[in-house]
Design a protein around this ligand. Structure first.
Ligand code: DC
Length: 234
């Protein structure tokens, strides 16, 4: 697999991965892969089929049988299930919770692994998730680990939900973040870990712009002058 032009961004829930991956992708002109959206799409399918409470085997079978397609862009990864675009259904608290639970199932992770690798082998790509620099693209030339204090991450998540018109209980948002941290980092398969060869960025007291500048500077160091809007393979 050629991951020469893959930039991975891993980190806990609410660390700003998606936002930064999106901005970095726009600055570099490389497409962006939001891998959480794939787990969320499996969760949508499970919820629709009444399999939310199903066991690991049933969830793995479901994931293996799904026809998931992703259209990469600079802003949103559009995800479809058997040709139906489900992107707008991915970001509810219920789907977040179900996605977190099913992402702990080894068979589900296996079902999504090849899809992620094939998307990354096409050329310049910025990818974000929990296991990108460790399990999916261990050979990536540039890896970031983005983190921030749980309270900061919860506050950002609360504002995101409010911006979408949802009512927010801040204590519940913090509790959910802590629960997902525990779930993501203690599961047996591909737990959230800081890749040993990654650049750690703690954004607790940095603005989004400051984090982006830092990441861009590293990208320029590693890749030299970044080629035009189509990326290196374009
Ligand atoms: O980043 P997110 O909140 O959209 O991810 C949804 C869930 O999927 C989250 O609980 C963690 C999990 N996930 C994962 O296990 N591995 C990834 N590469 C991406 C997300």
């Amino acid at each position: 697999m050629d991951s020469s032009f893959v930039i991975t961004i891993d980190g806990p829930a609410g660390s700003g991965k998606s936002t930064l991956a999106r901005s970095l992708s726009a600055e570099l002109g490389w497409p962006f892969l939001d891998t959480g959206a794939l787990y969320r799409a499996v969760a949508v399918a499970a919820a629709e089929l009444g399999l939310g409470g199903a066991g690991p085997e049933a969830l793995a079978d479901l994931a293996r049988g799904l026809e998931i397609a992703v259209v990469l862009a600079r802003d949103v990864s559009r995800v479809s299930l058997a040709g139906r675009d489900v992107t707008d259904l991915l970001r509810t608290p219920e789907i977040s919770d179900l996605a977190s639970r099913l992402s702990a199932v080894a068979g589900v992770r296996g079902a999504l692994r090849d899809l992620q690798r094939s998307l990354g082998s096409r050329g310049g790509i910025v990818t974000e998730g929990r296991d990108q620099g460790t399990a999916i693209f261990p050979e990536a030339r540039l890896k970031f680990f983005l983190t921030a204090a749980p309270e900061t991450r919860a506050e950002r998540r609360a504002r995101e939900l409010e911006a979408r018109g949802l009512e927010v209980d801040r204590a519940a948002v913090l509790a959910a973040i802590l629960a997902r941290d525990l779930q993501d980092s203690t599961r047996e398969t591909d737990p959230l870990r800081e890749p040993p060869d990654s650049v750690r960025v703690d954004s607790t007291s940095l603005s989004e712009r400051e984090v982006l500048e830092l990441m861009l500077a590293r990208a320029r160091e590693v890749f030299g002058r970044i080629s035009g809007p189509e990326g290196p393979a374009g």
